[in-house]
Design a protein around this ligand. Structure first.
Ligand code: NDP
Length: 289
């Protein structure tokens, strides 16, 4: 059980993680390319390492929170010898292949790599309700689980493949970014009609909350290959998306994003699936257009 930890990378996430460890009484060593970002943490008792090598050598457990995986190689350049014998928990987000390559790199240096996929924004780091994906060597996960539960109270171990936690993260981002962009689109359109973001908020939030029932309804049907047009049809979705595009265009708002959605519906209709459920689009999305 480790009660000391190193945190490398002090963006909003790394700062929140180091802060959560300090809150829980851990001895925390930090390093950041821009040392000034450590000031508030040092004031709270963290130790600022002068070099990445010193940061690594300070603890067996090292949490990395950098913009991406390439930044790890840059940050640890010259400190490679200090990786041996340490567990590096990489909570930077990137593609699964980069996580696998990083795991090989760390392993070749004699260390252990755990991939983390953290979905929680900085203000919720340390919360008992949030969960983070992990994958990599089970033994390292089991050994450090208690320390990982400081970052988010729950952990979701997804197996030995270091790419899996990164994949689970990406699957969530595939939904998150476009969903938020759809919201920004609605805010822009509402604004063109004098409706403020705050006024719109409860309606859009209600819409998002309702997404769960759609996902729960469609998931088993998709897995069963059932795209029956008994509840909705691609032709209906296409007409509706045309209205969305025109409502935006009429208000002088950008239409690129709704147009991309309309194009996907049109692809489905053009392929002869107008009478099928719009879940049939999953089959079309399995291959590039
Ligand atoms: P950033 O993604 O902006 O990452 C900033 C950190 O990366 C800083 O410590 C920065 O150092 C460091 N860095 C960037 N390039 C290099 C480099 N070439 N060499 C060394 N260090 C480098 O900040 P966040 O804290 O927001 O995000 C960290 C990770 O967490 C990202 O992968 C992000 O996708 C993920 N994430 C973020 C969430 C959020 O809401 N913010 C939520 C969930 C995941 P410096 O200070 O010197 O610039």
């Amino acid at each position: 059980m480790s009660h000391s930890v190193t945190v490398i990378g002090l963006g909003p996430m790394g700062q929140a993680m180091a802060g959560a460890y300090l809150d829980r009484g851990y001895e925390v060593t930090v390093w950041n390319r821009t040392p000034s970002r450590a000031a508030a943490l040092v004031e709270r008792g963290a130790r600022l390492a002068a070099t990445p090598e010193e940061a690594l050598r300070a603890n067996d457990l090292v949490v990395l929170s950098l913009i991406d995986y390439d930044a790890m190689y840059t940050a640890l350049q010259g400190a490679e010898a200090a990786v041996a014998g340490r567990v590096l928990v990489n909570l930077s987000s990137d593609v699964p292949e980069k996580a696998r390559a990083a795991a090989r790199w760390v392993t070749d240096l004699g260390g252990t790599h755990l991939t983390g996929g953290v979905l929680s924004p900085p203000p919720t780091i340390g919360s008992p309700d949030m969960s983070t994906f992990y994958s990599g060597p089970r033994e390292a996960y089991d050994t450090h689980r208690e320390a990982l539960e400081v970052i988010t109270g729950q952990t979701d171990y997804r197996g030995e493949d270091p790419g899996t936690a990164a994949l689970m993260y990406q699957l969530n981002m595939v939904v998150f970014w476009p969903a938020m962009l759809a919201y920004w689109q609605a805010v822009a359109l509402a604004g063109a009609h004098g409706i403020s973001a705050a006024e719109l908020a409860p309606y859009v939030a209600g819409n998002h909350e309702g997404m769960r029932q759609f996902i729960d309804f469609y998931a088993p049907r998709i897995d069963a290959g059932n795209h029956e047009g008994d509840v909705d049809r691609i032709s209906m979705g296409m007409a509706s998306m045309e209205h969305v595009v025109h409502t935006n265009a009429d208000a002088g708002v950008d239409t690129a994003f709704p147009q991309a959605v309309l194009d996907a519906f049109r692809r489905g209709a053009d392929a002869g699936h107008g009478a099928d459920s719009f879940s049939k689009l999953v089959d079309l999305l399995r291959k590039p257009a």
